[in-house]
Design a protein around this ligand. Structure first.
Ligand code: PMT
Length: 401
């Protein structure tokens, strides 16, 4: 995800400095080349050797260091950065940057960089809510610095409140900061997961959809700057950051949610595995076991995608096709019958594609007959391929037929 990206990670002196080690590990695992700068106080909490070993680069601690420097160290680092992260950022370092003090390696390099700067504060709650700190943060925000707000919890100093480093969110914020915002200003609806069609209060009919494909699309679209509305059947997944989430249960619930919000959206991606049938009747009390065979009568659910395809003024429509045979033929039929712009066909009979796995293998088929094969990729990678096509279609504007 971050291959070829140069990231400068500034670590300032707080107890949360040890959490920057895990952030460094995530960044390098994702392919980034990370250069670490530590302030003098940060070195009181964690030894530079730890960061040096994990980043495979010497750690920068001194402004006037002669090691390996034919270039001017802080300027070369500042120029090289695609992204600058300061985590944890103390009230002191934020105050210094806000007023333009550049008196050590970290503050000087931040001052010299043209890269986006992501600041993750961590401090005592009273320091965080202090109007002096708040004014410094607002001033930096006005200059375009991005912040990952600290979270609430028990702080190292014993106080309860907001001030803990939001470490899980920093990696996601870094990915987002490095992603071009080619879907900015667009609202994208993604449907995901299975639907549940209840037979009685304890039983239902459903399918094997985990929601992974739809959630990957929602996350990837949000990273690209889209406003994302995720309408999802029941899953065990965490809702991606920055995404509006509407949980639903049955196909009828999903239809109601989709139709209520369709007018706001420029793009709809229907990755949900909607049950085609539901029981004719939901029994109000638990059906009791008996010795006789039980017959369940089913009635057809509305085809939500087909309803959207028939709208006069419809958004860009992307459907999925879960097939086990004649994949291209059946998917093309669905594309035409449901009046879609694109269909993503996946062969769900394969163990590494379709339901409840992290990978997929898809054939994208367009209205004009064009086809793209993804090969075996992760669901995040497939989401990228699909969104590239959507961004292209949006940029090209409506086609006259
Ligand atoms: O959730 P995962 O575990 O990650 O699995 C991903 C997936 C296999 C569910 C996904 O990749 C996928 O293929 N989703 C579509 C599944 C499906 O219902 O396919 P279908 O061929 O039955 O339906 C075609 C299209 O019509 C789909 O976009 C579906 O959302 C839509 N549909 C279907 C029936 C219905 N009543 N209303 C609909 O809108």
């Amino acid at each position: 995800m971050l291959t070829g990206k140069q990231i400068v990670l500034g670590v300032s002196g707080g107890i949360a400095a040890y959490k920057a080690i895990e952030l460094l590990r995530l960044l390098t695992k994702a392919g980034a080349d990370v250069h670490v700068i530590m302030t003098r106080s940060a070195q009181e909490f964690v030894a530079p050797l730890t960061f040096q070993t994990l980043s495979a680069h010497p750690v920068h601690t001194e402004l006037f260091s002669l090691i390996a420097e034919r270039e001017i160290g802080h300027i070369s680092l500042a120029d090289r950065a695609d992204l600058f992260i300061i985590a944890p950022a103390t009230a002191n370092i934020i105050g210094k940057i806000a007023v333009g003090i550049a008196d050590d390696m970290l503050t000087t390099t931040v001052m010299a960089t043209k890269a986006p700067v992501l600041i993750a504060p961590a401090m005592n709650v009273n320091m965080y809510t202090n109007p002096i700190y708040q004014e410094n943060e607002q001033r930096l925000r006005r200059f375009g610095y991005q912040f990952v707000a600290p979270v609430c919890g028990t702080l190292a100093c014993g106080w309860e409140g907001q001030g803990k480093l939001a470490d899980p969110a920093i990696f996601e914020a870094a990915l987002s900061a490095l992603t071009p915002k080619d879907l900015a200003g667009k609202k994208v609806m993604v449907t995901a997961g299975p639907t549940r069609e209840e037979l009685d209060p304890v039983r239902y009919i459903s399918n094997h959809s985990s929601g992974k494909m739809g959630y990957a699309l929602a996350l990837a679209a949000a990273r690209r700057g889209a406003q994302v509305l995720l309408i999802s059947g029941p899953t065990a997944l965490t809702v991606p950051a920055g995404v509006e989430y509407l949980p639903v249960e049955s196909a009828l619930h999903m239809q109601a949610a989709v139709m209520a919000r369709i007018g706001e959206c420029q793009v709809v991606i229907k990755a949900a595995a909607v049950a085609d049938y539901r029981p004719c009747e939901r029994i109000a009390t638990k059906i009791k076991k008996g010795s006789q065979p039980v017959t369940i009568e089913l009635v057809k659910n509305p085809d939500i995608l087909a309803v959207l395809g028939a709208l006069q003024d419809r958004p860009l429509l992307i459907g999925f096709a879960a097939e086990t045979n004649n994949v291209a033929e059946y998917a093309t039929r669905k594309l035409k019958e449901k009046n879609l712009d694109m269909i993503v066909a996946n062969d769900v009979s394969q163990s590494d594609a379709g339901f409840n796995v992290d990978t997929n293998r898809a054939l994208l088929i367009f209205r004009d007959g064009r086809r793209i094969e993804s090969g075996l990729v992760t669901k995040m990678q497939l989401a990228g391929v699909i969104l590239d096509q959507i961004a292209g279609e949006l940029a090209a504007g409506p086609q006259v037929e």
